[in-house]
Design a protein. Structure first.
Length: 245
């Protein structure tokens, strides 16, 4: 009995040491991966990298991590214009089947899915421009975006008719979609200003706009987009996604 107790104690101690070593190793790997990702993507702040699954050390031996989560705050995505960027507040990606080099200098995920968000104020910068003439004596411009409910964007438009600014803004509900690398906002109905009905092609020069979002980390791509309470929510996906290197 005494020998059995000693054996059990040794098993518990060895198991505890293995768990401790495993957790120390995974913490080190997460820090290394985060630093590499920061350098590779030119990020202002170090992202959060979390390696899932236990034990970690057996995954290392196999050379493939089952599941890695990456969280990047305030990512500046390219808009396709010279020096133009749009801020993504919270980009989270779930990487599956991550193959890595021994020194963590490179890592590539077999597949990735995730989410991102862009505030209405940030998206408004895309639509905001000088007032546009939409009819003789009538100019209009988008001045606000907000949640319209049921996955729609509520677009606020100010207008001036014959030199007089209308006392109340005009609102339209718009659909938002992702096509390729571009977010598109398209009015469901067209506005009327002081009883002036506009030709559709003229009205849409104000109501409709789009924003290209390029250069997302590791080559992930836009998938879907939907209006939400504080901004647009985007889902992303990709294959052969480069996590580092």
């Amino acid at each position: 009995m005494r020998a059995l107790r000693i054996l059990l104690i040794l098993v518990v101690i060895i198991g505890g040491l293995f768990v401790l070593a495993d957790r120390l190793a995974v913490n080190f790997a997460e820090d290394e991966a985060a630093d590499k990702l920061k350098t590779t993507e030119g990020l202002a702040a170090t992202p959060d990298v979390s390696i899932k699954g236990f034990p970690f050390l057996t995954q290392v031996v196999g050379g493939v991590l089952d599941d890695v989560e990456v969280d990047i705050q305030d990512y500046e995505a390219d808009t396709g214009t010279t020096g133009g960027t749009i801020r993504i507040d919270d980009l989270k990606a779930n990487m599956r089947g991550v193959e890595f080099s021994g020194d963590y200098s490179s890592a590539t995920a077999d597949s990735a899915t995730g989410t991102a968000s862009i505030t209405y104020d940030e998206l408004l910068k895309t639509a905001k421009a000088e007032p546009t003439q939409v009819a003789p004596g009538v100019t209009a411009e988008i001045v606000g975006l907000s949640d319209g409910g049921n996955g729609k964007i509520k677009v606020e438009i100010d207008a001036t008719v014959l030199g007089t600014e209308l006392p109340e803004p005009v609102y339209v509900l718009s659909s938002v979609t992702a096509e390729g690398d571009t977010v598109k906002v398209h009015a469901d109905t067209l506005p009327s200003f002081a009883g002036v009905d506009l030709a559709e092609n003229r009205a849409r020069t104000v109501t409709d706009f789009e924003q290209k979002i390029d250069g997302l980390p590791g080559g992930i791509q836009l998938d879907k987009v939907q209006a939400a309470q504080n901004g647009v929510q985007i889902t992303v996906k990709g294959s052969n996604v480069r996590l580092a290197g």
